[in-house]
Design a protein around this ligand. Structure first.
Ligand SMILES: Cc1cc2nc3c(=O)[nH]c(=O)nc-3n(C[C@H](O)[C@H](O)[C@H](O)COP(=O)(O)O)c2cc1C
Length: 397
């Protein structure tokens, strides 16, 4: 009988050859509800699928007969060298995938020489992360209804020497992730089917949950009522803090309050990018939150050329959502992106093998970037440009 193609999904994450294979390993390692939390897009998941499809609309035209023995995937981001054009995206609840998941991810990023962005809803306090892990730290900010929380985080991140503040703009009307919700009877209360599935993951229970208990929303814990501090209870409480009163005046205020790099994440319209640049932001992150917010949304790749044309001279244009291959990253850089944020890709690594798994995920992406550069006939990211791409991508505003 002929063997069929099958992704490796065993215990040894080191055998994963690609992010897709790390995902398969992760899927086995953590309970279904935790995997679905990472995986899930909003509503019909049209945006999530579109994010991936979009990359196929850009195809490479390689240059032949170029000596690329000296090539490397390094870049400069905000005046400092990075090992690859990557940033680990801010993600909440990393502690559910691996013990002290935020620290593990930050260590993996530091080892690869790339920035790590901590979520407002992290499971470790921002000061503890900065004290424990070297490297470049960025702080993501959700502006919650009570601005005292933001004032607190901004002051603490400043004190702790964070390099950048990343204001997320696209989640104050929270996305409805139906596949995620189906795992719960009510927010924080798993269905019986899921409780049985948790029991089938004793290793996860033993290694991730038992040492420190269920993770807490440490960064904002001082502002939560005691009964909502654990992440399990907090998931029911936090969406109530996300009030849709975010406005450009908040960016003006943050520009005055925050002394270092300021980025606005969740931008998709070139006019919004222009406005952010005019208000003195140092960068924009083109993002649809990895398909977790507005369903039926454009892919950041579609609008990237127009945003680069609008603000590329004035500020960094970072892009995320759906990046799973080094080739995807190279396409974005060729279109003018300064770097790519990766969310799910590194989370699959984290879930599959903790810090070492996250390192493996970054190494896979960096290795792919390097290989694609060579195959394109480029020695560095600086040699990339739109001429190396053919596109039927549409938007040319
Ligand atoms: C599990 C998970 C949690 C996330 N939590 C946050 C968050 O707390 N703050 C934020 O700005 N973005 C958050 N995001 C969005 C990411 O920062 C990023 O925009 C997105 O993951 C990029 O798409 P990708 O996952 O396809 O790489 C989260 C994404 C995931 C997958």
């Amino acid at each position: 009988m002929a063997l069929s193609r099958k992704l490796y999904a065993g215990r040894d994450f080191r055998r994963a050859l690609s992010i897709a294979e790390l995902r398969a390993v992760a899927r086995r390692r953590v309970p279904h509800f935790a995997f679905e939390y990472v995986e899930c897009g909003a509503e019909d998941e049209v945006t999530s699928r579109w994010n991936r499809e979009m990359f196929e609309r850009f195809r490479f035209i390689p240059r032949a007969l170029v000596n690329t023995t000296a090539r490397h995937p390094r870049t400069t981001l905000f005046g400092r060298e990075a090992g690859a054009p990557l940033v680990v995206a801010p993600t909440a609840m990393n502690g559910m995938l691996a013990r002290r998941g935020d620290v593990a991810l930050a260590r993996a990023a530091a080892a690869a020489g790339i920035p790590f962005c901590l979520s407002t809803f992290s499971n470790v306090r921002l000061e503890a992360l900065a004290a424990e892990v070297g490297g470049r730290h960025w702080m993501q900010l959700y502006l919650l209804g009570d601005r005292a929380i933001a004032r607190d985080i901004v002051a603490r991140a400043d004190q702790a020497g964070y390099e950048a503040l990343v204001l997320t703009t696209d989640a104050n009307v929270f996305g409805f992730r139906e596949w995620d919700r189906r795992n719960y009877l009510a927010p924080g209360r798993l269905t019986l089917r899921n409780l049985l599935d948790v029991a089938r993951h004793p290793r996860w229970l033993y290694e991730v949950m038992m040492p420190d208990g269920f993770p807490r929303f440490e960064n904002v814990a001082d502002f939560l009522p005691p009964e909502a501090r654990s992440a399990r209870a907090g998931v029911a409480y936090l969406p109530r803090l996300l009030v849709p009163d975010l406005a450009w005046q908040d960016v003006e205020w943050l520009r005055r309050a925050w002394p270092r790099k300021l980025l606005v994440k969740g931008i998709l319209d070139p006019a919004d990018a222009r406005r952010a640049a005019e208000l003195g932001c140092d960068g924009v992150v083109l993002s649809n939150h990895g398909g977790r917010q507005l369903d039926g949304c454009v892919s950041p790749m579609e609008v990237l050329p127009a945003v680069v044309a609008a603000v590329g001279e004035r500020c960094a244009v970072i892009v995320d959502s759906g990046f799973r291959r080094g080739a995807d990253v190279v396409k974005a850089v060729a279109l003018g992106a300064s770097a790519v944020m990766v969310g799910a890709a590194t989370l699959y690594g984290l879930a599959a093998g903790g810090e070492a798994g996250a390192r493996h995920a970054i190494a896979i992406l960096a290795g792919e970037i390097d290989r694609v550069l060579g195959q394109l006939g480029c020695n560095s990211l600086e040699e990339l440009g739109p001429a190396l791409l053919r596109t039927d991508a549409g938007d040319r505003r």
